[in-house]
Design a protein around this ligand. Sequence first.
Ligand SMILES: [Cu+2]
Length: 141
Amino acid sequence: MTRSALLAAALLLGAACSSDPAGSGATSFPAAALTRVSTLGGAFDVEVRTAPDQPPSRGLVSVEYRITTPGGAPVDGLDLAVVPYMPAMGHGASTKPTVSAEGGGRYVITGVELFMPGTWELRTQIKGTLEDSAAPSFEIP
Ligand SMILES: [Cu+2]
């Protein structure tokens, strides 16, 4: 299959799945973080967990961020915009993730559609007391 045919198939799959209420109800994340990143400007630390699998498998994934100051204090009231992106192929996902603030510095991102094997980034813009960005990445087998 050509790359464009693959992408078209993936987009069709995404459309078929868009009525699925992904992330409705409580999602449980593992106790241990998958990874921890600092934001580009150093304003925040972000612990990353994934569900239903950690590390994530191909398909619809939920991601939890636990955002703190570099000193470890949880930060609430942030506005997050999250875009899944495959840098090697220059494309994103057809589904726009939804972010919900859970308190205690926790933010749950549902509808993260990692539909192809390879390296995916979660390009994340953070706005609030400080503006910064992060791009934790996942290797999808
Ligand atoms: Cu791709």
